[in-house]
Design a protein around this ligand. Structure first.
Ligand SMILES: Nc1ncnc2c1ncn2[C@@H]1O[C@H](COP(=O)(O)OP(=O)(O)OP(=O)(O)O)[C@@H](O)[C@H]1O
Length: 331
């Protein structure tokens, strides 16, 4: 999205109505943004976001280019907001080392000294937080154990798999024991076991009372960690709240189910008599059915195929992904 950079000053926080502030997480507000915008020259990264984030795990969902990384960078003090502000525990983040000490950040991109061991990498970065050599070493060891990398910590990062790289980045973010953690697309490129380890860890951090903000463009990834989500698109908050509410929004819209079975035309004709069947579209091996009542449609397809002896080979929904949610919300 491209439009001229704003010239007006940010409005004061007090001028915002409560309804203009997105509220996620539980308990006291830990992370806050007020009228936060960030412009890359004439391209907007984050557009006037006001949000209060409490404890627990919160998912920041949006398609590629939505502004997730830019928002995380503003909230962690890596980028100075063009307008507006970000705070952690009430203190402004930008240019404030005290705020940095309270947060841990797991970036999407790798930025390693590849020839360092995992252990040295975490220890050195922890020393930069102001800890003595021995304290930093002890904290690093603890964090490395938390991500189950103790056995591999002596190896050079160059030799690490993608999943191990993700975990050593997480150890780096945890070592100084921050209460607030930011994960930018933490599951990218990980295998199923690595994913499980990271998801479990994120949930545990949330259960222990940390505030954890996790960005992703994949709905089911975030769903595995939390039901508390914020949807962003084109730099703006589109919706927030419980993931089930978002699912309800999906269900309020025509839902497309793909069916492959023996004699697809026969099953399609059986479905065509129901009022919630909106459209049928055939493919080489099956058909798409659009329905206004997905729950009914799923059970009906299963029931009819059994009753009429039509073996089902595929029953899937292409609408379960995030792009569908966004299509609905934007339209
Ligand atoms: N360094 C940059 N220079 C110019 N534009 C940028 C830069 N970084 C991001 N943008 C633009 O800002 C917008 C938001 O990008 P951002 O990287 O924050 O999105 P994202 O949701 O994190 O997406 P992705 O997961 O693809 O990184 C996009 O339009 C993007 O092209």
């Amino acid at each position: 999205m491209s439009s001229p950079a704003p010239t007006s000053k940010p409005q004061a926080t007090a001028e915002l109505a409560k309804s203009e502030i997105t509220r996620v997480g539980t308990g006291e507000v830990v992370i806050a943004a007020r009228r936060l915008s960030y412009w890359y020259g004439k391209v907007i990264g984050v557009n006037d976001i006001s949000i209060d984030i409490g404890q627990g795990v919160v998912g920041l969902l949006g398609p590629n280019g939505a502004g997730k990384s830019t928002l995380l960078k503003c909230l962690t003090g890596q980028l100075r907001p063009t307008t507006g502000m970000a705070t952690i525990a009430g203190a402004r983040v930008w240019n404030n080392p005290k705020a940095f000490a309270q947060l841990g950040f797991v970036p999407e991109q790798d930025a390693f000294y590849e020839d360092m061991s995992g252990r040295d990498f975490v220890t050195h970065l922890t020393r930069l937080q102001g800890f003595s050599r021995s304290d930093a070493a002890a904290l690093a060891e603890e964090a490395i154990a938390t991500v189950s990398l103790t056995d591999q910590a002596h190896r050079r990062i160059r030799e690490y798999s993608k999943g191990m790289r993700q975990r050593i980045k997480i150890a780096q973010a945890l070592a100084h024991r921050p209460k607030v953690l930011f994960f930018d697309e933490p599951l990218t490129g990980t295998d199923p076991i690595g994913r499980r380890t990271i998801i479990d860890l994120i949930q545990r951090l949330g259960d222990e009372g940390h505030t954890v903000l996790v960005s992703s463009h994949i709905l089911h990834e975030v769903e595995a960690m939390t039901s508390d989500i914020v949807l962003i698109n084109r730099g703006r908050v589109l919706a927030d709240g419980n993931i089930y509410r978002i699912r309800e929004m999906i269900d309020e819209h025509p839902h497309r189910i793909y069916v492959e079975c023996d004699e697809p035309r026969r099953l399609a004709s059986l479905l065509s008599v129901y009022a919630d069947t909106l459209e049928l579209k055939f493919t080489e091996r099956g058909f798409f059915v659009s329905t206004s009542d997905p729950d009914q449609a799923y059970s009906r397809i299963a029931k009819l195929s059994v009753e009429h002896g039509l073996a089902l080979h595929a029953l899937t929904s292409s609408d379960n992904d995030l792009s569908a949610v966004f299509r609905y919300l934007v339209s």
